[in-house]
Structures are given as C-alpha cells and as structure tokens.
Ligand binder design. Structure first.
Ligand SMILES: [Zn+2]
Length: 74
C-alpha cells in the first residue's frame, strides 16, 4: 500500500524515559526511529554545546511530525 514499504521499516511504539511517546499532533503512537548527528555548528546555534552531539528522531507514522531527543539512550 505504501510506496515506501520497501525502504522504510515498520513504525514502532516508542518509550522515552519510561513513558510512551504519543504524537502531540495526531495522538498516534507509532514512529519511525532515526539517529541524527548534530554537527558543531548546529550545536552551537542551538546552545547545546554541552550535549551529546547525536539526537534521536522519532517520525510520526501518521502525520510525519518529528520529535527530537538529544542523546541516544532511549
Ligand atoms: Zn502524528
């Protein structure tokens, strides 16, 4: 059904800090998980030089809203 079925895995329920992640826009609870590397320039821009320079992105499978979490220990 989906054009992306071959290249994108099935979305999955996600927990962050022990709480289920729910999309604030459409209340969906299934997300695609992506890791993102933040380069030094963008870290400085956002004032997060102190943070791990990797982020975890959860993309809502319904509305494609992206939730970002710094660090990768989810
Ligand atoms: Zn959503």
């Amino acid at each position: 059904m989906s054009l992306f079925k071959k290249t994108i895995p099935e979305p999955e329920p996600v927990q962050v800090n022990g709480r289920s992640l729910i999309c604030p826009h459409c209340s969906n609870n299934l997300f695609w998980v992506r890791k993102a590397q933040l380069n030094k320039a963008s870290s400085s821009f956002f004032g997060i030089d102190w943070a791990d320079r990797s982020a975890t992105c959860f993309v809502c499978s319904e509305c494609t809203r992206i939730e970002w979490f710094l660090g990768s220990n989810s």
